[in-house]
Design a binder for this molecule. Sequence first.
Ligand code: SAJ
Length: 407
Amino acid sequence: MKKAMDADVVVMGLGYIGLPTAGLIASKGIRVHGTDVNPSVVETINKGEIHIVEPDLEGLVSYVVKNGFLKADRKPVKADVFLIAVPTPLKGGHRPDISYIESAVTSLAPYLKKGDLVIIESTSPVGTTEKVAEDIYSLRPELKGEITLAYCPERVLPGKILYELEQNDRVIGGLTEEAGEKARDFYSRFVKGNLHVTNARTAEMCKLVENAYRDVNIAFANELSIICDHMGINVWELINLANKHPRVNILKPGPGVGGHCIAVDPWFIVNSVPDTARLIRTAREVNDAKPEYVAANVIKKAARFKDPTIACFGLSYKADIDDLRESPALEIVERLAKHRAGRILVVEPHLKALPDRLKALPKVELSTIDESLKEADIVVILVDHRAFRNIDRMLLREKLLIDTRGL
Ligand code: SAJ
């Protein structure tokens, strides 16, 4: 029998994926116990507040916490389903670091019982679900064959997480057929998109391939943008025209590829098969080299001025969010400051202060759209935030404009 302090579902890791997932599940009247190693995250959520920026999330979390369907804690409780949504970053040598998954497994193992389902949502190298099963059975040998495990990657886009969590199709990889079916039943309680069941290795690879596909396409666009610079062709017009072909769909070039997914996940494939994943590795290298190319271009143009003021528009890794992880814009500003290219005015409407990485550098200030447009000699567009889209073109007339986003 279930005790009052038990839950239906334990969600481990209450970050960008775990918290919205916990909130959505709880909103269906399912009792969710969320865990996080960070005590301030736990405290914030238990107050019905959130520690990340994501549209509509605060309202949802506050509602389910108030109604008693979501509770946060540092430790798990007994439940029927354990869902792991912890980070899997890169460590040295572009190798995946699955230590957070390993710690989550150690912490949940004592609470497992016969019949439970363990699901991994964290982006993981192929073979991780099998390894998690082995880790659990080495801690709880009596549960071998008595619990089920599945891999079900999240696929949501930051900024649209709550909509996509519910509406996107999901790929579910069972370690056994029974596990796949059990996980499908679980997701059908809160996902409206189609649920596609396969084995765990295919589901693990599917997640990596989705992001690698996008990375390769963006690398193609970024390489084109450099080729076009050399050839005196407007890359935006070129791509727009090429995409009129019914079977061509080139993505947009930019200052580089940021975020914690597309800039990271393709390396998981490269790391597994380093000699074979040649295109995927090259795409990563092309995209990683783009910020340096942009910075060098700005530095070259700035050298034409005496004491130039350079306005850098945007710091986040993409439009309309505050997330700075792996942000190419941040890398570019840092490179300009270290090179002492001029006085740098950073315009980032989503930040109240400069990040520590920039604070320590000389002649970098956080500024506003109006002030920077008044003072800048050079305007560099690094992020296509909505707030920048209505800038009066007349105000840019006298400036040297470098627009990496085709705004
Ligand atoms: N970017 C370009 N050109 C484009 C599109 C994107 O330069 O045409 C850049 C963005 O500016 C940004 C980076 O790529 O710096 C990544 O942004 P994104 O919007 O492509 O993707 P993420 O990282 O925010 O989210 C991706 C999504 N994956 C795919 O679209 C295949 C999302 O669905 C995944 O859930 C997420 O990764 C994840 O968590 O893996």
